[in-house]
Design a protein around this ligand. Structure first.
Ligand code: NAD
Length: 311
């Protein structure tokens, strides 16, 4: 397999890269994601491509990679990959399904609890000698609250289990799952319509892929159905929420808080409405990225790509 070539365009755990490099002609260069001309120029004889969410595996890239047989995705969410075009060419696409779900689920619970207490907003004041105890005395507990999941796949289901352990009531909207599918009964999560989830949840968390149906799913109208003190958590994809509408709901006191990990444009453009909104936790697309998940995701993709190339 000496002539089998792999190009890795975004960061990957070093032991997993080394494992691939032992067997295959492997180029690991996380700068390639930002240098598309160089990337396209080196794909002529490449068998496998390993990417995260920023490398666009589109028709132009596929045309530059006539020998490509497999794409490994270090994460889940295939919106950066033209899956139909890959299928038409017989190129297999492997996401790291499940390997970063625990990281995302912990992010959701952690940010939900932080937003309900608002304590994180006063750390600098407390450090400076102020004592905003009265202002923070209205914090809320997560126990007894209702978590509304939009999308009840791998991450939604794991998030539900963590929340239930904390005494949270969980409801979910997922039109791809039949209302009598066994998972509802097994999980103890109630299957509800989108409107009901928005109206009843104290915490709304998004766990859907970006598709034509989910784009702009959480717009001003959807936000207006939510409780004025509810918190919104988006770890799915930025395009699923109307960022300006979220910012204005926060300013108007019609939304209790928001934790946003993904944005329509990453990094944020100057003047992004969320940047100046109150009661927000903004993070740079790291919900699924921890030391542990990096190791799991990279090992899984290295193993799957290697097995595919060696079969
Ligand atoms: P999954 O495929 O297991 O689950 C997605 C669920 O969404 C499925 O059950 C599906 O039926 C449902 N769904 C599809 N269309 C829907 C719609 N229109 N309305 C409601 N539900 C719908 O995926 P997952 O592993 O749970 O991941 C979900 C998404 O989270 C990924 O697609 C990715 O975009 C995002 N993600 C982000 C990070 C991060 O670091 N921020 C990490 C991992 C995943």
């Amino acid at each position: 397999t000496g002539a089998t070539r792999i190009v890795i365009t975004e960061f990957m755990d070093e032991p997993a890269v080394a494992q691939l490099a032992n067997v295959f002609d492997t180029v690991y260069n996380p700068a390639l994601v930002d240098d598309r001309p160089t990337l396209l120029a080196m794909l002529g004889n490449v068998d496998a491509l390993i990417v995260r969410n920023r490398t666009k595996v589109d028709l132009a890239l596929l045309a530059a990679a006539p020998k490509l047989r497999v794409v490994g995705r270090l994460g889940v969410g295939l919106d950066n990959i033209d899956v139909a075009a890959c299928a038409a060419r017989g190129i297999d696409v492997f996401p790291a399904t499940g390997a970063n779900a625990g990281a995302v689920a912990e992010y959701v619970i952690g940010t939900a609890m932080a937003l309900l207490r608002e304590a994180y907003t006063r750390s600098a004041e407390t450090a400076a000698g102020a004592w905003p105890r009265a202002a923070l005395s209205n914090g809320r507990e997560i126990a007894g609250k209702t978590l509304g999941l939009i999308g009840f796949g791998g991450i939604g289901q794991l998030t539900a289990r963590l929340a239930q352990a904390l005494g949270v009531n969980v409801i979910a909207y997922d039109p791809m799952l039949a209302s009598d599918a066994p998972i509802w009964h097994q999980s103890g999560v109630a299957c509800r319509q989108l409107r009901v989830v928005l109206e009843q949840a104290d915490i709304v968390s998004l766990h859907v892929p970006l598709t034509a149906e989910t784009r702009n799913l959480i717009d001003a109208e959807a936000l207006s159905k939510m409780k004025p003190d509810a918190v919104l958590i988006n770890t799915s994809r930025g395009e699923i929420v109307d960022e300006a509408a979220v910012a204005s709901a926060l300013h108007a006191g019609k939304l209790g808080g928001a934790a946003i990990d993904v944005f329509a444009q990453e990094p944020l453009a100057a003047g992004n409405a969320l940047a100046n909104a109150p009661r927000v936790i903004l993070t740079p697309h790291i919900a699924g990225v921890t030391t542990e998940s990096n190791t799991r995701v990279s090992a899984l993709i290295a193993q799957r790509v290697a097995a595919y190339l060696q079969q």
